[in-house]
Design a protein around this ligand. Sequence first.
Ligand code: NDP
Length: 287
Amino acid sequence: MNQVSIIGLGPMGRAMASAYLDAGYAVTVWNRSPGKDAALLARGARRAGSAAEAVAASRLSIVSLIDVDAVYTALGEADLDGRVLANLSSDVPEKARAAAEWARGRGASYLTGGVNVPPTGIGQEGASIFISGPAEVYEEQRAALDVLAATDYRGADPGHAQLYYQLNMIMFWTAYTGWYQAVAVARANGLTAADILPYAGYTADSMRGFYEGSAPLADADDHDGTHARLAMCAASLEHVLHTAADSGVDTGILAAHAELYRRGVDAGFGADGTARLIGLLGAPETA
Ligand code: NDP
């Protein structure tokens, strides 16, 4: 019987444990605070008395904690020799690299993962998960990890899965916060989230075209402003900013956006395209 241990039973860890139970694995679970494993135990999971005991129960341990520091806290005393840790907790790439080094020094193999779906997406069609770390360890554990979500191997660098994940999160959080900003302005004007949902869907769908159109321009440092000038975008952002201000809602996020575009115009890039923003954000030009 396939075996796996799950360290951390937040919503994500619970969904992962559940997916392994569905797939017929023998599942050992551990969580720092009690009470989160009841439904899993009822389905046949086994509770470990400590994180060390959980790691000892299976060659593969899936770690789903708040961050890398929690991994050190939870597994500081554990014997990791000969074990495989797949750390699917979010954190910065440098911390993922340090954790891989830490685990290697204790005799463990280590994979980093970034999960691209919420807990409800675990085990579902279309779910994906970035994985990086030693190729042979990935190949050994690939079938087990694919139970959670289709794995997208991003190479040997243990920081890379987190880098790709955090890049996705940059896009996700700015878009999601933008949605709540729009809902706040809508509400201040007597509209509901439901009222604007159809248009949010349209905007979200249209973003793919914007990304696909701008990626070649960005990579070529092509600042052609034929279709959309930075000065026009800056003016549009002023309208957005003042609509929010006139509505009496917080403008901090929008002010930061408007300031970036204004800075571009002030620097003399008003007639250029929006790929200018990449340099304005401090990124080096492409080689
Ligand atoms: P939660 O914050 O709900 O759960 C965090 C888990 O970490 C809990 O089991 C908690 O234990 C444990 N924990 C926190 N601090 C410590 C510590 N010092 N020592 C030991 N255990 C600790 O997170 P989720 O389950 O939602 O997510 C888990 C990971 O997955 C996160 O890194 C998150 O960014 C990532 N993720 C989550 C997604 C989501 O939609 N939920 C989507 C994609 C990735 P306790 O119960 O005792 O507090």
